[in-house]
Write a protein that binds this ligand. Structure first.
Ligand SMILES: [Zn+2]
Length: 386
C-alpha cells in the first residue's frame, strides 16, 4: 500500500507545490473590468494540475436563480446531465470558456461543486449511515446528517500521488529476485525501445514515472490503453442503461396479479424494484468503466467494442480488471479527507472518507427550503470510484 501522508503534510505540499500561475492572457484588453469580474468568480485550482483534460485553473461565476430552478426540477437520474451545461455557462475567462465541463474527471467535477457550494454556505450537512442501522430492516434504516465545514477539507494533488507511486514502485522493484529483475528490465527495454539495457536501473525506471494519460496495461500479448473516467462517460452510460431498463421497470409497475392482496403485491413489487435497481447500478458501473478504455493493440475502440471488451474474460480476465481498479485507486486525488461523526443514536464514532462518499446530489446549490427529501435523493445518487 502507498504510504499515506499526514493531513498537515498534504496541506504543506499543496502550498509549496502549487504553481502560482498568472491570470490568463485574456485580461490584456480591458484589464480593469476583467480583474474585477475575475474577483467575483470562484477560482478553482484543480488537484489534477492540468494533467488530464481540465486546465490547472478555472473560473466560475455563481449559479443564477434560473440555474437553481433547473437543478431543483431535475430528476436525480438526470442531475449530472443537467449540471454540465449549467457549469459550462458559468465558466469565465478565455481558457475556461474553451473547456467543456463534460471532459472533467469525476474528481475535478466534485472539486468544482464543492468550490461553488462554499460560495453559498460553507457549513455542509453530509448524510451518512451508521453501522447501528444495518441491523434494522432496510425500510427502517435511517441516515444521519453530519456537519462539515467545507473550507476545512484536505486535498491531495496528482503530484503527491505521483511521489507516493514512485516510492511504492521502487519497493516493488527492490522486492524482485535477480532473475525476475533481469526479466523485467529486458521487457521494459523492449516496451520502451531502449537499446542500451545497461543504462536501465531501478532508479531510472522510477524517475521516469509520470502520471499521464493514456495508461497501458498488458494482458498476455494484448496491449490495452485507458484513461480516467470522464463526466461524459457517466452521462452516456446513464442514458443507455436508463433506456435499457425502462421497459422492465414499466412492466413491473403495471403488473397485475389477480387474487393477491394489495399489500402483499406491493411488498413483492418493492422487493423486485430494489433488485432491479441493484442490477441497473451494477451494469452502469461496468459501462462507465468500459468507456474509459481507449485502444486494444493500438486499434481505437468503438463504444460497443469497449463494452464487449470489458466483459470478454479471455482478453479481460478478472485479474486485469482488478489490476486496473487498484491502479485507478492509487491515482485518486482531489478531496482527500476523513471526517468524524458521532452517531446521535448509538454514540459510535463514524469515520467517513469523503473522497469516496461525497455525492453530486448533496453538493447542489440548494438550501433546506428547496432541498428535496435527502434520504430519497441519496439513495439514488451516483457515487464514484470503488
Ligand atoms: Zn449509530
Amino acid at each position: 500500500m502507498a504510504e499515506i501522508l499526514s493531513e498537515e503534510e498534504i496541506v504543506k505540499r499543496r502550498e509549496r507545490k502549487r504553481p502560482e500561475k498568472p491570470l490568463n492572457n485574456d485580461i490584456e484588453t480591458s484589464i480593469d473590468t476583467n480583474i474585477e469580474n475575475h474577483a467575483k468568480c470562484a477560482k478553482i485550482e484543480y488537484e489534477s494540475m492540468g494533467r488530464f483534460s481540465t486546465p490547472a485553473v478555472l473560473y466560475f461565476k455563481d449559479y443564477s436563480v434560473e440555474d437553481i430552478n433547473d437543478i431543483v426540477m431535475s430528476s436525480p437520474e438526470n442531475l449530472i446531465e443537467t449540471l454540465v451545461p449549467i457549469l459550462n455557462k458559468m465558466k469565465f475567462g478565455k481558457e475556461s470558456e474553451e473547456f467543456d465541463v463534460a471532459m472533467m474527471t469525476t474528481e475535478d467535477f466534485i472539486e468544482t461543486l464543492v468550490a461553488l457550494k462554499i460560495r453559498i454556505a460553507k457549513d455542509h450537512k453530509h448524510p451518512y449511515m451508521c453501522d447501528c442501522q444495518y441491523a434494522l430492516p432496510e425500510a427502517e434504516q435511517k441516515l444521519e446528517e453530519g456537519n462539515i465545514d467545507l473550507t476545512q477539507l484536505q486535498y491531495k494533488s496528482i503530484e503527491d500521488v505521483e511521489e507516493e507511486y514512485r516510492k511504492v514502485a521502487l519497493e516493488d522493484l527492490n522486492s524482485l529476485s535477480e532473475e525476475e529483475w533481469i526479466e523485467y528490465r529486458d521487457k521494459y527495454a523492449k516496451d520502451e525501445n531502449i537499446s542500451n539495457i545497461e543504462t536501465i536501473t531501478k532508479e531510472t525506471i522510477v524517475e521516469k514515472i509520470k502520471i499521464k494519460e493514456p495508461f497501458t496495461i498488458y494482458s498476455d500479448d494484448n496491449k490495452i490503453t485507458f484513461r480516467l473516467s470522464r463526466i461524459a462517460d457517466v452521462i452516456k452510460a446513464q442514458k443507455i442503461i436508463d433506456k435499457e431498463f425502462a421497459p422492465a421497470f414499466k412492466k413491473l409497475q403495471n403488473r397485475v396479479e389477480h387474487g393477491v392482496p394489495g399489500d402483499v403485491l406491493k411488498a413483492k413489487k418493492q422487493e423486485e424494484f430494489e433488485e432491479l435497481q441493484k442490477q441497473k447500478a451494477k451494469k452502469l458501473m461496468v459501462y462507465i468503466k468500459a468507456y474509459s478504455l481507449l485502444t486494444l493493440n493500438d486499434k481505437v475502440l468503438s463504444d460497443k467494442e469497449k463494452v464487449d471488451l470489458m466483459i470478454n474474460r479471455e482478453i479481460f480476465p478478472r485479474q486485469i480488471t482488478r489490476d486496473m481498479d487498484s491502479f485507478l485507486d492509487q491515482l485518486k486525488h482531489g478531496i482527500y479527507h476523513t471526517q468524524e461523526f458521532t452517531c446521535p443514536k448509538c454514540g459510535k464514532l463514524n469515520k467517513e472518507e469523503l473522497q469516496h462518499s461525497l455525492s453530486v446530489a448533496e453538493l447542489l446549490p440548494l438550501d433546506s427550503k428547496n432541498n428535496r427529501d435527502n434520504k430519497q435523493h441519496t439513495r439514488l445518487n451516483i457515487r464514484f470510484g470503488a
